[in-house]
Design a binder for this molecule. Structure first.
Ligand code: PLP
Length: 402
């Protein structure tokens, strides 16, 4: 018997799934439907009673199952299901938990698409959301109503990089019998929300997990009952709305997942170096690895060791105009690309208020403390980060930021 691994990278490494001809990678199942030798087994599969049978690829596909099992192994959950985008995962998890008339308490700082889903779209189904500052635990608890069904947050929030206190949020959730749903897109390997008390963990696999920026994908990780409920043929949100991931993409993402631990270390090492150097120049840098970050100690308490503090940092240059000048220069000098998204091998940067958080009205941006000059960086896998810093500094000098 093999020893059970305790860290997420080793749990992924321990998976052994051979292809049908002994290939070292699992075979790709390029089929939408599956044949049965006995009609009775087909009926049992429809009723969710036949083990190991595949019915139709909107429900399960073996290639998706391999990726889902690997995500569940990483997250320490019983099961997972993979979706065609991160938003597919978030919307399906929420709609599976909430009915018309229900209520959500959410961090006001969340990915702009999630904010728009809760603020603009879910009210169509009579699901209302109260947005709170997630670091204010008193405000979180006060916002809970009799019809609240979930507390929603991101482990490290987008784009302000606040650290959610997951054990405390979980305590509040348990006390009020609501679910804690956590988006762990920014911190795979680094934070394990399940271990810290989350009920459901959602992901955009588009970002660090895949790491290649060649597709969009997502995952929902949770207990077997929850994942089974999502794909119930009569009532499951995912089965009925159908945001399933393509199996060819699943097989690619699975291979990339096996190098995630190495990439996270490098993203974190590079981000730490830049955060340290840039804040040393007197710039307004936010990075959870810096001792001055208000969530630094909490992050240290919650994180797995060996993967660093993540690849995301922000720089506030006060105005959107100055942010635009700097970003254009950084792109020209070769620091990275002016682009939305994150978790890529090249550094990506964008002005959050004018891009990935533009769905958040300006007054709420101000209220949550998001400056219009905030640039969010997803630091890449640069081999020579010292050289990157020099290029960065050239721009800062040319544009008289220093
Ligand atoms: N969650 C976070 C934290 C994100 O940053 C994003 C996208 O930027 C998403 C979810 C949505 O993921 P996708 O674009 O794969 O739908």
């Amino acid at each position: 018997m093999k020893e059970k691994s305790i860290d997420p990278a080793s749990r992924i490494q321990d998976l052994e799934n051979f292809g049908e001809f002994g290939g070292v990678n699992p075979s790709v199942t390029d089929s939408a439907t599956y044949t049965f030798m006995h009609a009775k087994t087909m009926l049992e599969t429809f009723q969710g009673e036949a083990e190991g049978c595949f019915l139709y690829s909107r429900h399960w596909n073996p290639s998706n199952k391999y990726l889902a099992d690997a995500m569940a192994a990483m997250e320490g959950t019983e099961a997972a299901w993979v979706t065609a985008s991160g938003m597919g995962a978030i919307s399906n998890a929420i709609m599976q938990i909430c009915q018309a008339g229900d209520h959500i308490v959410s961090s006001v700082t969340t990915y702009g698409g999630t904010f728009a889903l809760m603020k603009n779209y879910l009210p169509k189904f009579n699901i209302e959301t109260r947005f709170v500052r997630i670091t204010d635990l008193e405000a979180v608890e006060k916002a809970i109503q009799p019809n609240t069904k979930m507390i929603y947050t991101e482990s490290v929030t987008n784009p302000l990089l606040e650290v959610s206190d997951l054990p405390k949020l979980s305590e509040i959730a348990r006390k009020h019998n609501v679910k804690l749903v956590v988006d762990n897109t920014f911190t795979p390997m680094i934070i394990e929300p399940r271990k810290l008390g989350a009920d459901v963990v959602v992901y955009s696999l588009t970002k660090f997990v895949n790491g290649k920026n060649d597709c969009v994908a997502g995952a929902i990780c949770g207990d077997v009952d929850f994942i089974s409920s999502l794909i119930d043929v009569n009532e499951g949100t995912s089965m009925l709305l159908g945001p399933v991931l393509d199996p060819l993409r699943s097989s690619q993402i699975l291979k990339n997942l096996h190098t995630l631990h190495i990439r996270m270390k490098q993203h974190s090492e590079n981000a730490m170096y830049l955060a340290d150097k840039l804040s040393g120049l007197g710039l307004k840098i936010v990075y959870p690895g810096l001792t001055g970050h208000p969530g630094h100690e909490l992050m240290k308490k919650q994180m797995n060791t060996g993967f660093g503090y993540g690849g995301m940092l922000t720089l506030d240059v006060n105005s959107a105009e100055r942010a635009a000048e700097l970003m254009e220069c950084l792109e020209l000098k070769g620091v990275g690309y002016l682009a939305v998204s994150l978790g890529y091998f090249k550094t990506l940067f964008s002005n959050s208020g004018k891009s990935t958080s533009s769905e958040v009205p300006e007054e709420i941006q101000k209220e949550m403390g998001m400056s219009e000059g905030l640039i969010r960086f997803s630091v890449g896998l640069d081999h020579n980060i010292k050289r990157t810093f020099k290029l960065f500094k050239n721009c800062l000098e040319d544009l008289e930021f220093l």
